[in-house]
Each structure stands twice: as C-alpha cells, then as structure tokens.
Design a protein around this ligand. Structure first.
Ligand code: ADP
Ligand code: GLC
Length: 482
C-alpha cells in the first residue's frame, strides 16, 4: 500500500508543535507494517537546506500562480516530496508567520498550493508514485480532499484534525484564485460562514476524518468543543475516528537520550538524580529534595498556562518547585518571568523553544503539569510517562485517554500512571497538585507509579495498526460515507 501524507510541518525539519512529531513518527511506524509513506512538505528554508541530493520529479510553470517544483529527497529517514516554490515558502520566520510573529497574508495561497500539489500527485502526476490513499493533516493540507473531489479523482482521502481551533478561515474573495469549479463554493463544499474554510472543506470532502484521541473525537461533536464545526462533524459521524497519537520511542528513550545529563531506566530510577540537579541548575532552582514540577508547552489559553499562574503561590507554599519551558502569549511569558523573580530559587522560567531542555525537564522533573482546557491528544504527557516524570493532567481529550488516574482502586491494583483532575480550572489544578504532593510524600508509592508509567506503551505501534486498518477499509470502499 502506498500513502501520500500531506503536512505543513515534519520533525526534525520544521516544527511548531505536536503535528510535526506525528508527521515525522507515523510514516516509519507504518513502514514497519509494510506501508510505504511519502510525505509532501513545503520547501521552507530549513527543509531546502537539507535537500542535498534531491531529484526534480516535476516542474509546474505556475502552481496557483507560483512557479514550483517537486523534489524527491530522503532526509532523516523520511521519504519526502518537497514542494520547492520560493515565491511561497522561501521566507524567514516560522512556517506560518514572519519573524515578528505576524501571519503571512497569503497563507491561503501557500497552503492551497500545497494541497493542490497533493491532489495532482494523487491523480498520477508522478508515474513512480501513485498513492492508494491521501492523508492530509490539519487545515493547511485540508483542501487536498476538496481538489480530489471537484477534479473527480477517486483516490480515498483522510483528513486528520490535530486541533480544531485552527481552521484556516479566509474571505470569500480568495475563492477564484483557488482554481476550483464554481460549484465548490457551496454549503457542502468550501463555503463557510460567507468565506472559505479550509478545514471545513476537508471535513466535508474527505472520505474519512480522524482526530488524535477517542475522547477528543467525541468532544468535538459537542458545541463546547466543536468550535462551530460540531454540527458538520456530528453529521459525518460514521466517518469520524479517534486514534490516539504515539511518540517516537527512539527519539524519546531515557536509556539512550543524548540530551540528558544521565541516562536511566525503570530499574534504575536513581539515574534521574543527575537530571534533577541539571534542571535545578538550568532553571536557577534551589538544590534540595523538594518535588520539581515542570511545564513544557506553548504558553496559551488552550494549555491553561494562566491556570498554573493562578496556583503558583500555593505550589511554592506547599514546598514545590516549578520549571517552566515555553513560548507563547507575551502576557503569559511575562507573568512566568515575574513569578520566577518573585519566588527566586523556587520557580524558574525559560521563555524559549529548546529541544535539549524539553528532554532534560522530562528526565529530571518529578511531575509534568498539563492543565489544558482542551487537548486533542497532547504528547508531553506521553514523554513524561516514558521518562518517569509523572503527568498531572486535566481530564480532557487525549489526556483523559493516556493517563491512568491514581484513584484508590488504581493505586491498589498498581496500575496508576499519573493524576487526572476535572475540571480544567484553577480549583481543579489545585486539587490535582494536592493529590500529587500527597503521593510524592510516599516514595514507594511514587516510584511504583513512575515505573508503571514507564511501562505504558506510548509507541506508535498500536495506533499505526489502526491507521493501516482504516486505510485498507477505505481502499475497499466505494466513496465517502455520510
Ligand atoms: P501542541 O502541538 O498543542 O503544542 P503537543 O503536546 O502535542 O502540543 O506537542 C508539543 C510538542 O512540542 C512536544 O514535542 C513538546 O516537547 C514540544 N514543545 C513544546 N514547547 C516546547 C519548547 N518550549 N521547547 C521545546 N519543545 C517544546
Ligand atoms: C495539536 C494538539 C495536540 C496534539 C498535536 C498532535 O497541536 O494541540 O493536542 O497532540 O496536535 O496531534
């Protein structure tokens, strides 16, 4: 089976969040099941810089108006098709915004071009690679199924929703430049509240929709989590699947991780001590045996960063320390810096995107706090489990699906792996922290929970098999359901 994955981010080449991790780790996991995945990705400068011996597979004189080439390349073990279109992608800053954080005004054209290229490949543009399935990730790739449908290309397509908060909504005036037939501007096509909705179009046109955990798949059918798309998602009910993410267990392996101060395993938890010391040094925390709470996250409302700020005084008063690594809303960034100045030695904040520190805090922190208001899947709790950094999570989305709460029954059965707290409020988090501190005070119970978490299967193996099953069922299908 051959799969074309279409994505705007892929680890280790370009990453703003978990989408990149998934796009980078799922293909090798599917590869182990005999499925050949090639990934179409924009030729941002960081990607082009890694294309050393690429092969030009096709040249478009004008792809939605921009000259473009498809370059085949194998980078970091990934089989890539790079969309080299300098007019669209040769820019400084991140994948979506300029260096000062402003979204590029032509993002609609940039990602429509990506989707259009994906549809052309599905239609047989590259004779050596004619995919059986197209797998589009998030709004940036979500027009792919729309092009497939309106160009009459019968290749099965899947849209995976990593976060319904990002929908790719643009004014109606861009419609003409998308080069779709007029009929596509309709209620069951790309039209959305008087404009063009990229994700909406994908949800409407894809043969199947997946999202990244079963709980989030259920939540997004409701007005509280559906962000306006709940009606459509409910309508496509039979086509919607929740498949939980895994992580790359080679990149995230405490026994071999070169970014740690010391390696360790479930049988050698003492090895974590050197990492604790390194976290204390990196975050200017006091050197003592108090529990180290960590947060590694975008600092945003979704992630509940403000909820953590609301309880930091109590966290410190109860004897805890806190190391925060993240970037995001500038008011939240400043508030964490102010908290660390106020609680010198007890709270440290690194306002940065730092891969090494992200690994170190998982290896040296005692508990990772994830008070998200909503969380499609979340990956940092999976890393926490694998590294013995006990997750303390809001009971929502993928967090609810991946952490076994340390209630009395789970503790007695020895199956607890972390703490879940409902609801996602400061009061909920406060309660979670109280329960966490009580467990930490019992070293034996704590170590049992750490070991149990480290035994949990956070790999891609099971979920890759679910994707494979879905792919196979679509190939034997006749068309989109519902
Ligand atoms: P989201 O994609 O919503 O941001 P996830 O938990 O799915 O959340 O994925 C976040 C990914 O980004 C994880 O791999 C995490 O380790 C990484 N990450 C988040 N913030 C930082 C940071 N400041 N420095 C390094 N890595 C980070
Ligand atoms: C999104 C979600 C996150 C998920 C990630 C990868 O960024 O916010 O919960 O883990 O995508 O699917």
């Amino acid at each position: 089976m051959k799969v074309l994955s279409v994505t705007s981010e892929i680890y280790p080449l370009i990453k703003t969040g978990g989408l990149a991790d998934v796009a980078g780790a799922l293909p090798p996991a599917l590869g182990r099941l005999g499925i050949a995945v090639r990934t179409l990705v924009p030729g941002y400068p960081s990607v082009i810089a890694r294309v050393t011996d690429g092969e030009v597979l096709h040249s478009f004189p004008a792809l939605l108006g921009a000259p473009a080439r498809l370059i085949g390349a194998r980078i970091a073990g990934l089989d890539l098709i790079v969309l080299d279109a300098p007019e669209l992608f040769e820019r400084s800053g991140g994948p979506y915004a300029d260096a000062s954080g402003r979204d590029h005004p032509d993002n609609w054209r940039r990602f429509a071009a990506l989707s259009r290229a994906g549809a052309e490949i599905a239609a047989g543009l590259l004779p050596d690679f004619v995919p059986d399935i197209v797998h589009a990730h998030d709004w940036q790739a979500a027009l792919t199924p729309a092009y497939l449908r309106y160009f009459g290309i019968g290749v099965p397509s899947i849209v995976t929703v990593h976060n319904l908060a990002f929908q790719g909504q643009f004014p109606a005036a861009i419609f003409g430049a998308l080069e779709l037939p007029g009929e596509a501007y309709s209620l069951d096509g790309v039209e959305y509240y008087g404009g063009v909705g990229f994700l909406k179009a994908g949800l409407q046109c894809a043969w199947a929709i997946t999202t990244v955990s079963p709980t989030y798949a259920a939540e997004i059918r409701t007005p509280s989590f559906g962000m306006g798309l709940d009606g459509l998602i409910e309508h496509r009910g039979a086509a919607v699947h929740g498949i939980v993410n895994g992580i790359d267990t080679e990149v995230w392996d405490p026994a071999t991780d070169g970014l740690l101060a010391a390696n360790f395993g479930a049988r050698n938890l003492k090895g974590r001590q050197a990492n604790r010391r390194a976290v204390e040094t990196a975050f200017a925390l006091d050197r003592d045996d108090a529990p180290i709470f960590v947060m590694v996250s975008r600092l945003t409302w979704q992630k509940g960063a403000d909820l953590l700020l609301a309880v930091v005084d109590e966290l410190v008063a109860a004897g805890g320390k806190l190391a925060v690594l993240g970037t995001g809303d500038s008011a939240l960034e400043s508030a964490f810096l102010a908290a660390s100045a106020h609680h010198r030695g007890r709270i440290g904040a690194s306002i940065a995107y730092d891969e090494r520190l992200a690994h170190l805090v998982q290896g040296g922190g005692d508990a990772i706090l994830i008070p998200s208001r909503f969380e499609p899947c979340g990956l940092t709790q999976l890393c926490g489990l694998r590294y013995g950094c006990v997750p303390v999570v809001a009971r929502t989305g993928g967090l609810a699906d991946t952490v076994v709460d340390a209630n009395t029954a789970a503790l007695n059965a020895g199956v607890a792996t972390g703490i879940q707290f409902p609801p996602s409020t400061a009061e909920g988090l406060r309660d979670g922290l109280r329960r966490c501190l009580a467990l930490f005070a019992s070293p034996k119970q704590w170590a049992t929970m750490q070991r149990q978490g480290m035994k949990a299967d956070v790999s891609w193996d099971r979920s890759a098999a679910l994707y494979a099953e879905l792919f196979a069922s679509l190939i034997s299908d006749r068309g989109p359901t519902a």
